[in-house]
Design a protein around this ligand. Structure first.
Ligand code: ACO
Length: 337
């Protein structure tokens, strides 16, 4: 017997510390690197982001994950013991070993669950939700907790003004549960792809097993993000549009049947260009990049949580999630709330 998977609870959490464009401008000025609030707003749509305080255990990756997970469980009316599985998307884990999923499981007291980390960069929540759906569909798992959580402030390259302005920290979580196969409220389809040939567009050369982060390497910031923003911009607009259309076509739906579109929040101009291509009015596009910057795999679940809690997303609404990220990775999910 097959089942369907449905999201029954969402949660999100951000560090307290707000970092404005003026704060970034002052920080860069100390290294003789020029930027401005006006440039950042115009070229990215970002006004501020949140950074966790280094060394503060309450703002570790798994601590933000814990806060988001607790809110999602409360909304779903579930306890930590109800969770069978934790899929934790992050490219900035607390530690390499153990996984951040294990840290979270321990902090949450989800004693019946098994958990794992997954790294698909900004597409991670879409990949995680797809994995959870597959386990639920086959009956192996009844209740899954899926997270996207990042402390991108730990990997920002402060020598590169093109990328350091973009990123922030945050977490989003979803409780995903078993539903009857024909339930109207379910994940309708998911679509994933990776293209490793484009690795060079966004990567961190050192700090993994291939290249140690020696003092010399660190002095060159090679353990931090290296990005070709202009190239990614073009690919992002193209692939987000393609993956949105693939999900709609798979379900015999058209753009006008969508209630909400939640694209990955990397740059407001990317979001606007995709909406234009899809001929989707911006009123149906959910945006939080202005307040939180790009929080990688946390952008989509945190945006989803905000819109569920403030009542924009209502029971029966059709919602399209759509992402691209380092790898490169791509993915979309169409669901009925
Ligand atoms: N302040 C002032 N000037 C700047 C800054 C800055 N912070 N950054 C770049 N510039 C300058 C450049 O040096 C360049 O100057 P030049 O013309 O004299 O050479 C000029 O602005 C234009 O540079 P572009 O790179 O063409 O600027 P663009 O409009 O493309 O904006 C940006 C750059 C914001 C990086 C954009 O390309 C972008 O958002 N790309 C997508 C990035 C992205 O999505 N990354 C995340 C991937 S997902 C993940 O997995 C994390």
């Amino acid at each position: 017997m097959e089942y369907a998977a449905t999201i029954t609870g969402t949660g999100s959490a951000f560090p307290e510390h707000r970092v404005t464009n003026h704060d970034i401008t002052s920080k860069l000025a100390a290294s003789d690197i020029e930027t401005s609030d006006a440039w950042i707003r115009e070229r990215t749509g970002i006004s501020e982001r949140r950074f966790s305080k280094p060394g503060n255990p309450d703002e570790h990756n798994s601590s933000l994950g814990l806060a988001a997970a607790q809110k999602a469980l409360e909304m779903a009316g579930k306890t930590p013991e109800d969770i069978d599985q934790i899929i934790y998307s992050t490219c900035t884990p607390d530690t390499i070993i153990p996984s951040t999923a294990c840290w979270l499981q321990h902090k949450l007291g989800a004693t019946r669950a098994w958990g794992m980390d997954l790294n698909a960069a900004c597409s991670g929540f879409i990949y995680g939700l797809t994995i959870a759906e597959q386990f639920i569909r086959t009956g192996q798992v009844k209740t899954s907790l899926v997270l996207g959580t990042e402390i991108l402030s730990s990997i920002i390259n402060w020598k590169d003004r093109g990328s350091c302005i973009l990123f922030g920290d945050g977490s989003g979580a979803a409780v995903v549960e078993r539903a009857p196969e024909e339930s109207p409220h379910r994940i309708l389809s998911s679509h994933l792809l990776s293209d490793g040939s484009l690795w060079e567009l966004l990567y961190i050369p050192a700090g993994g097993s291939a290249q140690a982060a020696t003092p010399d390497i660190m002095a060159q910031n090679l353990n931090k993000i290296q990005m070709n923003g202009r190239e990614i911009f073009k690919i992002a607009v193209r692939t987000l549009s393609t993956f949105a259309m693939t999900a709609l076509e798979k379900n015999d739906m058209t753009v006008d049947m969508l209630d909400w579109f939640i694209p990955h929040q990397a740059n407001y101009r990317i979001i606007e260009a995709v909406a234009k291509r899809l001929q989707l009015p911006m009123e149906k596009v959910l945006v939080n990049v202005d307040r939180f910057g790009n929080t990688s795999s946390a952008t989509i679940p945190s945006m989803l949580d905000e819109a569920v809690r403030d009542g924009r997303i209502q029971k029966g609404h059709t919602v399209l999630l759509d992402a691209f990220g380092a790898g490169l990775t791509y993915g979309s999910i169409l669901l009925r709330w």
